[in-house]
Design a protein around this ligand. Structure first.
Ligand code: ATR
Length: 266
């Protein structure tokens, strides 16, 4: 990696930030795309000062992770339709001194599902947090029926008001005819790799299971689904695609299929 007077500073902010894989994937993207930039991870910034310093330092972009996805919005100059609808951003772009908030997770989720037939399918979304909301938003024009399953039933009510769908408890989820299962919770994430959000579930070969977790790349949920012959999609796909979209917006480039393949090997 070269650093010179033209190297642009980019950031990822979050807390904790140590586990973030954004510096790795961005370093790889900059190399593959020949972009002179470096992405630095920062824990617990003072948000208003941080946004101001993006302008002062002429930073290109900043990836936003938990817990700042919503709090950051009060300090930005503009936001995309997705961000307005979701109340959460995962990206800031510096456009000539104005900070614009985006949510490229929505694109990453759509990209993960791009080879899956969605029309008239029954989709089970597990979880009811920000990732579940982004998932329902990503599916809003797909003509699917959403079933919601969550540890806390109450949290699903607001999502049903916004996106429609039906609540299922764990027993109902096991017996309902489901085509696509999407895990948006952190259950099964490193270091709790022995956990599953859907234990003792009988997966079917015609099902698709998309686990938004990318660490590990193959979760217990995904492993069990694949063992039963179901089509499994790893959160690694979402992670790489949302990062590609960040770079496409920031540097006004189009990442072609060959570069994409290199990045998906990351
Ligand atoms: P994010 O913004 O990443 O979606 P979040 O808002 O904290 O994160 O949402 C996490 C979701 O995962 C929630 O739906 C949470 O369930 P609750 O609504 O009951 O809190 C779910 N979740 C997290 N840990 C869980 C666990 N151990 N078992 C079941 N569900 C869990």
């Amino acid at each position: 990696m070269r650093i010179d007077s033209n190297t642009q500073l980019n950031f990822v902010i979050g807390s904790p930030i140590k586990q973030s894989k954004s510096p790795d994937i961005h370093a790889k993207m900059y190399k593959v795309l020949n972009i002179n930039a470096v992405l630095i991870a920062i824990d617990t910034p003072n948000l208003p000062d941080f946004v101001q310093s993006m302008k002062t330092l002429n930073a290109g972009m900043c990836a936003i992770t938990l817990p700042y996805k919503t709090d950051i919005l009060q300090y930005v100059d503009s936001m995309s339709e997705e961000v307005k609808a979701l109340g959460a951003a995962n990206t800031l772009i510096n456009r000539e001194g104005k900070i614009h908030a985006l949510n490229t997770d929505v694109h990453g989720i759509q990209s993960g599902l791009e080879d899956v037939e969605l029309k008239n399918k029954n989709v089970l979304i597990i979880g009811a947090g920000g990732a579940a909301r982004a998932t329902a938003y990503a599916l809003k024009d797909s003509n699917v029926h959403i079933y919601w399953m969550n540890r806390t039933e109450d949290k699903v009510k607001l999502l049903i008001q916004t996106f429609g769908g039906t609540y299922l408890d764990a027993d109902q989820a096991r017996t309902r005819d489901i085509d696509i299962i999407i895990n948006t919770t952190s259950v099964g994430m490193h270091p709790h790799v022995d956990e599953s959000p859907l234990p003792a579930y009988r997966f079917k070969p015609n099902q698709t299971v998309f686990d938004l977790i990318y660490n590990p790349q193959v979760t217990r949920l995904l492993r069990e689904a694949r063992q039963a012959g179901a089509h499994g999609i790893s959160g690694e796909r979402l992670f790489v695609e949302q990062a590609i979209k960040q770079i496409e917006f920031c540097y006004d480039v189009k990442v072609d299929a060959r570069c994409r393949n290199e990045l998906h090997d990351y």
